[in-house]
Write a protein of this length. Structure first.
Length: 294
């Protein structure tokens, strides 16, 4: 009797991993990045959910309860120079600090990406006009430029957003232009143009998807700088106006109490330091996960 031939079982081929799946897997394997992400998410959630956390009124003060130390009953982190609860003001202050620190980078990302991609793809006179205009802003340090624009526009949240957005548009435009110029010289771009595709079609289909990743990674590295600049503007009195809770403004108003209660005066600075550090480390982890090289 003939024995039936048995063929060895063939193992199924593993499904190829997509780019963003690989990015997510590398991020999950990086414990430091995940810790920083958890801290940032906790700060954002606490700022959003502040009205439902049962905190004290961040605007109500008491001259009797001024500068209470940390651990005071009813005031876990003490009170400020006007007797307002520090824990409530720090959490509510995270709203403005994070908003003013993140929104200018988001706006500059979109504006700078559009200007850089157009300049890098079109080239010629268009590139010259856009990039030489951008170079004018590089003649001034970012800190002095932000102070000058905010001083000219006046104090306020909107004016701070405008000044910081203007400061971060030039570096993002330059990065977008450099990346787009490199992609423009690739063969598949020439092939797309040879098939009769218009400039808008080539940019939308072939260019944007290949240049947004490095621009986005660079933009994330600017968030901590933007937050520190926003806090610095408020510290100098040309950012958020009192009595709004904002970490830079709180740092300014508590300067006079540094010899009376130094730990209390340092709390807004500690929050700025922790947040900016986590944003920097998160940006480094994202850059490594996306495998973007300068």
């Amino acid at each position: 009797m003939a024995l039936a031939e048995t063929s060895p079982a063939v193992a199924p081929k593993p499904k190829p991993q997509g780019y963003w799946s690989g990015v997510r897997a590398r991020l999950v394997r990086d414990p430091l990045t995940m810790i920083c992400l958890a801290v940032i998410l906790a700060l954002i959630l606490s700022a959003i959910l502040a009205p439902w956390l049962g905190l004290a009124d961040p605007y109500r003060g008491s001259m009797i309860a001024r500068l209470k130390p940390l651990g005071t009953e009813g005031h876990l982190l003490g009170t400020d120079e006007q007797g307002r609860d520090m824990l409530a003001r720090l959490i509510y202050g995270g709203r403005l600090t994070l908003f003013i620190g993140l929104m200018p980078v988001v706006l500059a990302f979109f504006i700078g990406s559009v200007l850089g991609i157009v300049a890098g793809y079109v080239g010629g006179l268009t590139n010259t006009i856009i990039m030489r205009t951008v170079d004018v802003f590089f003649a001034f340090p970012s800190v002095l430029l932000a102070i000058a624009i905010s001083g000219a526009l006046g104090a306020g949240i909107v004016n701070s957003l405008v000044s910081l957005t203007i400061v971060f548009i030039p570096p993002l435009t330059r990065v977008a232009e450099a990346v787009t110029s490199g992609v423009r010289a690739l063969d598949y771009i020439d092939a797309a143009r040879a098939t009769g595709a218009g400039a808008w079609t080539v940019i939308r289909v072939h260019v944007i998807g290949n240049v947004l990743s490095p621009i986005f990674v660079y933009a994330t590295s600017l968030t901590s700088v933007c937050m520190i600049l926003a806090a610095g503007l408020s510290f100098l009195g040309i950012g958020v106006r009192p009595p709004e809770p904002e970490w830079g403004l709180m740092l300014n108003t508590l300067r006079s109490a540094i010899y009376v209660n130094p730990w209390l005066s340092a709390l807004p600075g500690v929050m700025i330091f922790i947040t900016s550090l986590c944003l920097n480390l998160l940006s480094d982890g994202l850059r490594s996960a996306m495998n973007v090289r300068d």
